[in-house]
Design a protein around this ligand. Structure first.
Ligand code: E4P
Length: 214
């Protein structure tokens, strides 16, 4: 499974990129607003690190506006995926952008039928927001299971990008189901490598190593 960071922070991205576990980055208007920098400069800098997949979201709500923004964003770098919201206008814009060769990440997906439509218009990624579903008492992981099943049934090439991930168990469950990608906050990615027994084991090995004659 590919692991993406859900952030617009260059510091966070650079840290995970340097460790070598990062496959891509997703941003959204909320994450960008925390950086205090121009949107396109942020996207350009992330792409310049060499990250092969960088999702940048349109903020227009009409088809023509989405097309104009999407076309401008994809000019920034070949790694850019344009994020369009799951609305009727977003579906139309996705269909046109995909036909032009732009890879679209269809965002704000909360049902399997929405995912079916995202595939139909040629989205490269579909982003079910599982944490936000969990927050309101629905099972986000069940949605991922449904989408993966449906896409397998019809050999759909759209990749399932599990979004709104809140903790490492979300990542584990998404991987068990066979989702293509999970995008997560920095704190969640940090936790993927952590285990207290690893720390205890390393401390013991280093202590015992001191007894080895040098
Ligand atoms: C995905 O592309 C979104 O940016 C993101 O996962 C939203 O997560 P949130 O529900 O934590 O805001």
């Amino acid at each position: 499974m590919e692991l993406f960071l859900d952030t617009a922070s260059l510091t966070e991205i650079r840290t995970m990129w340097d460790i070598g576990i990062l496959d891509g980055v997703t941003t959204n208007p909320t994450l960008v607003s925390k950086e205090g920098r121009k949107f396109e400069d942020i996207i350009r800098d992330i792409c310049a690190l060499g990250v092969p997949s960088v999702s940048a979201e349109v903020v227009a709500t009409d088809v023509n506006g989405m097309l104009a923004e999407g076309r401008r964003l994809r000019q920034i770098h070949s790694s850019v995926y344009v994020k369009c919201p799951m609305t009727p206008a977003g579906l139309t814009a996705t269909k046109i952008l995909a036909k032009e060769g732009t890879r679209v990440n269809m965002t704000l997906v909360f049902s399997a039928n929405q995912a079916l439509l995202a595939a139909k218009v040629g989205a490269a990624y579909v982003s079910p927001f599982i944490g936000r579903l969990d927050d309101q008492g629905q099972d986000g992981i069940e949605l991922v299971r449904d989408i993966v099943t449906i896409y397998r049934n019809y050999r759909v090439p759209t990749k399932v990008l599990v979004a709104s991930v809140r903790h490492p168990v979300h990542v584990l469950e998404a991987a068990k189901i066979g989702a293509d990608i999970a995008t997560m906050p920095y704190a969640v990615m940090e936790k993927l490598s952590a285990h207290p027994l690893t720390d205890i084991g390393l401390a013991r090995f280093l202590k015992d190593w001191e007894k080895v004659p040098k």
